[in-house]
Design a protein around this ligand. Structure first.
Ligand code: SF4
Ligand code: SF4
Length: 60
């Protein structure tokens, strides 16, 4: 995995789209990302209407 979603909870309007679109159910309603399941696809960031999610390079 090369990048992970970083959620700006202040920009989020809790629409739930990221949770709905995530193919791996890796992000929940509280916007916590479970990195065990997240594959870094970026769909959540792409679908977020508030641009509250940005993909950032994972730091090792
Ligand atoms: S990057 Fe992909 S797998 Fe990870 S939380 Fe977003 S939609 Fe789900
Ligand atoms: S898609 Fe964006 S605005 Fe909607 S719940 Fe997810 S982070 Fe929040």
């Amino acid at each position: 995995m090369e990048s992970i979603p970083a959620v700006n909870k202040e920009a989020c309007n809790k629409c739930g789209l990221c949770e709905m679109y995530c193919p791996d159910a890796a992000i929940n309603q509280d916007l916590d990302v479970d990195l065990t399941f997240c594959k870094g696809c970026g769909i959540c960031a792409h679908e977020c209407p508030k641009r509250a999610i940005t993909m950032v390079r994972e730091e090792k």
